[in-house]
Design a protein around this ligand. Structure first.
Ligand code: C2O
Length: 547
């Protein structure tokens, strides 16, 4: 195992998309940012220097960060932001994870342009549990706004209304040739006849779940969120923001050009969404099909599911299994039932109409168990916990919803007026945890990609309607459920996750649709130290940012 050092300079960079040039915030002037490639067991040391005019932090999405919560990155959860002109070195070891993860800014909406792939190869001498592919290509799906994304979210926060939807989706930073001024920059993925390639597909979009497909080709899924899965084939993928999927694709079609395409899976009824399609091109390189002749032919367009095709989305998300039997915790110490969903808050007394431009003069909000999560502003929860600073958070995050009702039915809003708070739930080191994530349909029902920091968890079941502990437990897969870091909680449905609290620190669990984090769809676990150094959080690094 080695220690790899990288320098990330956060800076404003001129980026031209959709006929317009912007000053986008990037890492080292690259958009998307640099791909990091390591081997299982390696240590990464990334010095982030902030030369932009915004506060920033970087999160290593899906990295377990064993005992190194200081390097996890979410702003005001594990650290204070890196101020303009300052730097901070993230240092952590990646152990026992193989496949595709990614990194992204974890402050405001900066991750719209500050993100990149993190690829973890097997240890030297180890191999994949499938034949070594000829080529490997990261496919980062993203979202692009004509305006500065920070201005978009600031405006929404001011008015209480929903933010403007994006103007394009992107693949590896490019919208592709279905958008204006984009065709000559469309991403080309070269393949040779008969060869198999590994596509490392990442949904790095801010606010949109995406379907992804490749014309005429079968997709074999072999991994997700840096764990291998039992291989299965599919025509379409559906990824929530935060999720990754490793896909084998064999070039077994007549040499030509084939579109890879992605578009929205928009599960919320009636809500506006970006209804455009992004493309890249899978291009066969053969003596008879060169860029001269084939290079000018129109690529074959694949069919894509309708934006509201929940059946296709669920068929995909429920196909995952671990490759073999896995140690799912069966005796549960901590059994939590957490509602996840949106809401509307009454306009606060004295507030002006221009700050309450949500439906019927309200402000959008979201909550978990009726708590709208608010971030501290002058220190992080981790630092406050470590230094025993009082008054930063409370430990009364409720284990069950404060009111019981028909969560997925036609709910009256009066039942559910979330209140803001910085509430955490404490876990003893080594405790076994089950969380039932229950979607709600207050204001609108929607699919929520729920991400937990510092852990992988088993998704033991998911289903529609209200979770029923009497009958639904019979659907639990306690043999070979998939290991993930982000679970799709289906629209008007639920998902059940299990994990062992073996990583001391402070770990946020949130919806990975960034607009929902801002509205408070989050909570935080504090996992206490166990016995001895090997079960305890390390000391903060010397250059840990101060508020
Ligand atoms: Cu990928 Cu808290 O995020």
């Amino acid at each position: 195992a080695v220690v790899q050092h990288h320098d990330f300079v956060i800076q404003a960079t001129k980026v031209k998309r959709l006929c317009k040039t912007h000053n986008a915030i990037t890492v080292n002037g690259q958009f998307p940012g640099p791909t990091l490639e390591i081997n299982n067991g390696d240590t990464l040391e990334v010095k982030v220097t902030n030369k932009a005019r915004y506060n920033v932090t970087v999160h290593w999405h899906g990295v377990r960060q064993m005992r190194t919560a200081w390097a996890d990155g979410p702003e005001f959860i594990t650290q204070c932001p890196i101020r303009p002109g300052q730097s901070y070195t993230y240092r952590f070891t990646v152990q026992g994870q193989e496949g595709t993860l990614w990194w992204h800014a974890h402050s405001s909406w900066l991750r719209a342009t500050v993100y990149g792939a993190l690829i973890i190869h097997p240890r030297i001498g180890d191999s994949y549990p499938f034949p070594k592919p000829k080529r490997e290509t990261p496919i980062l799906m993203g979202e692009w706004w004509d305006a500065n994304p920070i201005d978009v979210i600031r405006e929404a926060t001011r008015t209480g209304a929903a933010p403007n939807v994006s103007d394009a989706y992107t693949i590896n930073g490019q919208p592709g040739d279905l958008y204006k001024c984009s065709s000559k920059d469309t991403v080309i993925v070269p393949v040779s006849s008969g060869e198999t390639s590994l596509l490392r597909v990442i949904n790095s979009a801010l606010n949109q779940q995406l379907f992804f497909t490749v014309a005429n080709h079968k997709l074999t899924i072999v991994g997700a969120d840096a764990s291998y899965v039992k291989p299965f084939t599919t025509k379409v993928l559906m990824l929530g923001p935060g999720q990754t999927t490793d896909v084998l694709i064999k070039a077994d079609q007549p040499p030509a050009r084939y579109y890879m395409a992605a578009r929205a899976y928009a599960s919320a009824q009636g809500a506006p969404f970006d209804n455009t399609t992004t493309t890249a091109i899978l291009e066969y390189k053969t003596p008879t099909c060169t860029s001269k002749n084939c290079g000018t032919t129109t690529p074959v367009m694949p069919p894509l599911p309708a934006f509201n095709d929940t059946a296709t989305a669920t068929a995909f998300t429920t196909s995952f299994k671990s490759p073999k039997q896995v140690p799912v915790p069966t005796k549960i110490d901590e059994n939590l039932f957490i509602t996840v969903g949106l809401g509307l808050n009454k306009c606060p007394p004295g507030a002006r109409a221009r700050n309450c431009q949500g439906p019927n003069g309200t402000r959008f909000s979201a909550s978990m168990n009726n708590n709208t999560f608010s971030l501290p502003s002058n220190t992080s929860i981790l630092k406050a916990y470590y230094d025993k600073i009082p008054g930063v958070f409370t430990t009364d995050f409720p284990k069950v919803p404060p009111v019981k009702f028909d969560y997925t039915g036609n709910v009256s809003r009066s039942l559910w007026q979330p209140s803001p708070g910085t509430k955490v739930y404490k876990l003893k080191y080594g405790s076994t945890v089950q969380v039932v994530l229950q979607g709600t349909s207050i204001f609108t029902a929607e699919n929520h990609p729920i991400h937990l920091h510092g852990y992988d968890f088993y998704i033991v079941a998911e289903g529609f309607g209200n979770f029923n502990p009497k009958t639904d437990t019979s659907k639990f897969n306690l043999v070979d459920p998939p290991l993930r870091n982000t679970a799709s909680v289906p629209v008007k449905g639920w998902a059940v996750i299990r994990f062992v609290a073996d990583n001391p620190g402070v770990w946020i669990m949130h919806c990975h649709l960034d607009v929902h984090i801002g509205w408070g769809l989050a909570m935080t676990f504090v996992v206490e130290n166990g016995v001895g150094e090997s079960q305890s959080l390390e000391k903060p690094p010397p250059d840990f940012p101060k508020c």
